[in-house]
Design a protein around this ligand. Structure first.
Ligand SMILES: [Zn+2]
Length: 276
């Protein structure tokens, strides 16, 4: 890693993967059943307050599952130029039609936030290019990046993303600084909400307070090592009362970053900086 003349303050790139739009996408794909099972297991494990448990069960009957607009309100109020990733294909547990994402994408763009592709295909080159083309036609621009759904990739994926024309990718989950693959920048992902909450398990097994402290520690360690950039993922789906713990995690981590003098930036801003 290249270390600059820094004093520990990082530029933080905040991102949001949009995995769901409406609960009705999952009427026949088994996701609602898996969801209910996880809710019960977390309640039995003592991880959910009665309030959070009731809200979470209520989501089975609530239509809108995305919280893109609420996240934009929060990010805007906190001066965070975040990026939202939308899928142009259906994938594991992700079942919305890309056309139905258009009104949401338009709201994201009109409010001055950035958006990119939440990639599904990670092997077949034609399918990878098809996702790129769909998004390009949808938004009428070609300067956008990608993050793979579930960070899925193999040894050839990043090169195929580069060839498809993506400006950047943020699917490598490692503690590295940005680097180039052909013309495309790779922005490794450092902090991911679901990883903090599940840590490889099927449901949450640790108390929220402990999880928040662990995330803060992780960030502090990166700052100590003089990381210039930090990439963070918070799924918009969790910005609601059903996921009160996650929402609180996000708010506390954002506050922690501010309190410690870190700044918020975007992929494009950093990319510009790196290119010059
Ligand atoms: Zn995803």
């Amino acid at each position: 890693m290249e270390l600059g003349e820094r004093r520990g303050d990082m530029k933080v790139i905040v991102t949001h993967d949009v995995d769901h739009l409406y609960s009705t996408e999952h009427l026949f794909d088994g996701i609602l059943l898996k969801y209910a099972f996880r809710v019960v297991m977390e309640r039995l494990g003592g991880m959910l307050s009665t309030r959070e448990f009731m809200f979470r069960l209520g989501d089975l009957f609530r239509k809108t599952w995305h919280h893109v607009d609420e996240v934009m309100d929060f990010d805007e109020a906190n001066g965070i130029p975040s990026t939202f990733f939308f899928a142009m294909n259906k994938g594991v547990g992700l079942n919305y039609d890309y056309h139905s994402a258009l009104p949401v994408i338009q709201r994201v763009i009109s409010r001055g936030f950035d958006c990119g592709v939440h990639g599904i295909e990670f092997e077949d080159r034609n399918q990878i290019e098809a996702e790129y083309q769909r998004f390009k036609i949808l938004i009428g621009k070609s300067d956008f990046g990608i993050r793979m759904h579930y960070l899925r990739r193999n040894e050839g994926t990043l090169e195929k993303l580069n060839q498809a024309g993506y400006l950047f990718d943020s699917s490598e989950f490692t503690f590295k600084t940005p680097y180039k693959i052909g013309a495309m920048w790779e922005f490794p992902l450092h902090i991911m909400d679901s990883n903090e909450f599940y840590e490889g398990k099927s449901w949450q097994t640790e108390k929220r307070e402990l999880i928040i402290e662990k995330t803060k520690d992780r960030i502090a360690k990166l700052a100590e090592k003089n990381y210039p950039y930090l990439t963070l993922l918070f799924h918009d789906r969790y910005f609601c009362s059903s996921y009160e713990s996650y929402k609180l995690w996000y708010k506390e981590i954002i506050q922690y970053l501010k309190d410690n003098g870190h700044q918020f930036s975007s992929f494009k801003e950093v990319l510009h900086e790196l290119e010059s």
